[in-house]
Design a protein around this ligand. Structure first.
Ligand code: C2O
Ligand code: CU
Length: 491
């Protein structure tokens, strides 16, 4: 049971044991995830609303006593003096305008904001030195764009991110306008573990051993900064749960007990509703779940099945008179405007993900009990894409692109994980369409971050997006910072 790559998820068991198609699986669980009349995912055109949603992000160090810190205030770095993890909401078609003030006091601690998953123009992509000059301490920057797709996204900085995530510098970004049938309530859940040392101080966020293996795990599990929080929801209601894995390390396998639920979007992208048995959610991935909450006084539970012992992450306490009667039907959301690749004419692009010689040596030394962090490596380059390792933690030494794509061209990206660790691979400015996996059976879906399990081969399709240099990297942030990053040029 200890090697997760050999274990099937509950969903995979379901699919393999019954060979059930998505629609039929619902019958097993006593509800239909698909409406009676097959309702396909319908695309829309983004209407220009003319509305401008303005935000000011005042990034500073703020001692914050998250509920999971047991009363102790830790020196978090946050976007907003009022709330640690802000939730930005816009309607499809709105213009989003952000001002960013860097009020960090550490010399040279520069910032940019990346809008993860949003297909924004390259100037707004928020990668220091590549898409913009970084915003130095004491100075300001600005972003303005119209998000092209609805869905659940998040935002974060793009340099020294192991520490930035470790100190809480992230927020949710929601583009509304995809519900054909309005849900009755909504909760936004940001899952992240915190690195609290035995003496109660924050850190360390990274170790050489962690970086050369699966990442340095935090010590305190939490959702929205609280351990096992409880959320009040209306009873007998259709509740939308927007789940964001903002952890830089942890892979989860999420499910809901005590309520019928269906997956309605993956990484913000509407899918044909999939009855939720469980779903593997890796760092940076999001899942939109529609759940029919239980009766007044009862609770539904969010569970992580990834570890051999399931862990309860949060619960939903149903309150009040039932909002709905009759069978639970999860209707499809409207789809975004992501173009579909032409699989027949698509050009194949191979990407190999590997460990460097140093990375392998460090992982092996750690495995036999050697204290590798005592080595004080001058250069931490443990991982590579197509044998190219990103040269430095910052983004200054820009090598050649991993590949150059044509804007509008169709591609099948063949990703091969040669390592014995998992890697959630993210591309900026584009959305992948899942095609196949050598190890797992997954229903059709789109995603901006694709999990590669150890030794797995995954094929995804995409259409070359807007011209620019788009980052392509592992979202286990210690892997990103130790070589598993590159960029794709679109011309
Ligand atoms: Cu959320 Cu370049 O990443
Ligand atoms: Cu990785």
């Amino acid at each position: 049971m200890s090697n997760p790559s050999t274990r099937l998820s509950r969903r995979e068991l379901l699919l393999t044991s019954s060979c059930a198609a998505v629609g039929a699986a619902g019958a097993i669980y006593g509800f239909s995830a698909r409406p009676a009349r097959a309702e396909a995912v319908q695309p829309y055109k983004a209407p220009a609303s003319g509305k401008r949603v303005a935000h000011v992000f005042d990034i500073a160090e703020r001692p914050t006593a998250l509920p999971c810190f047991n009363g102790k205030a830790e020196p978090l770095w946050t976007f907003d003096p009022e709330t640690p993890f802000p939730i930005v909401r816009v309607q499809l078609g709105d213009t989003f305008a952000a001002r960013l003030k860097n009020n960090l006091t550490r010399p040279g601690e520069h910032l940019t904001i990346h809008w993860h998953g949003l297909r924004v123009p390259i100037e707004s992509d928020g990668v220091p030195f590549i898409t913009q000059q970084p915003i130095m301490p004491g100075s300001e920057g600005a972003y303005e764009f119209v998000p092209p797709d609805t869905g659940t996204y998040f935002f974060h900085t793009h340099c020294n991110t192991v520490e930035h995530f470790g100190r809480g510098l992230f927020g949710a970004f929601i583009v509304e306008g995809d519900e054909v049938h309005k849900s009755d309530a909504e909760v936004v859940l940001m899952m992240k573990d915190w690195h609290v040392a035995a003496d109660g101080t924050l850190g360390p966020f990274s170790t050489d051993e962690g970086a050369a293996k699966g990442g340095t795990a935090g010590s305190v599990r939490a959702i929205n900064g609280a351990a096992r929080p409880s959320f009040d929801v209306p009873a007998g209601a259709n509740v939308r749960v927007r789940l964001i894995n903002v952890d830089p390390v942890r892979i989860t396998e999420v499910g809901i007990e005590g309520a019928n639920a269906a997956i309605i979007a993956v990484d913000g992208n509407a899918c044909v509703p999939i009855p939720l048995e469980s779903w593997r959610l890796a760092p940076a991935q999001r899942l939109d779940i529609l759940m029919r909450s239980p009766a007044d006084g009862q609770r539904a539970r969010l569970i992580d099945y990834y570890a051999p012992q399931p862990v309860m992450l949060a619960d939903f306490a149903a309150k009040g008179p039932a909002r709905r009667k009759g069978k639970f039907v999860a209707h499809a959301l409207r789809a975004g405007s992501v173009p579909a690749a032409d699989l027949k004419s698509a050009t194949r692009v191979p990407f190999d993900f590997s460990a460097t010689a140093t990375g392998e040596a460090i992982a092996e030394a750690a495995a036999i009990g050697f204290d590798v962090d005592a080595l004080c490596l001058s250069r931490r380059t443990f991982w590579a894409i197509n044998k190219q390792a990103w040269a430095s933690v910052d983004h200054k030494d820009l090598g050649p692109p991993l590949v150059t794509l044509k804007s509008g061209g169709s591609y099948i990206i063949e990703m091969h994980n040669l390592t014995s660790h998992a890697h959630p691979i993210h591309i900026h400015g584009h959305t992948f369409e899942f095609v196949s996996s050598s190890l797992r059976k997954l229903p059709p879906h789109r995603a901006d971050t694709i999990l590669l399990m150890p030794k797995e081969r995954v094929e995804v399709a995409l259409v070359g997006g807007k011209p620019g240099r788009w980052m392509f990297h592992c979202h286990i942030l210690e892997h990103q910072e130790t070589g598993m990053m590159g960029y794709v040029a679109v011309a």
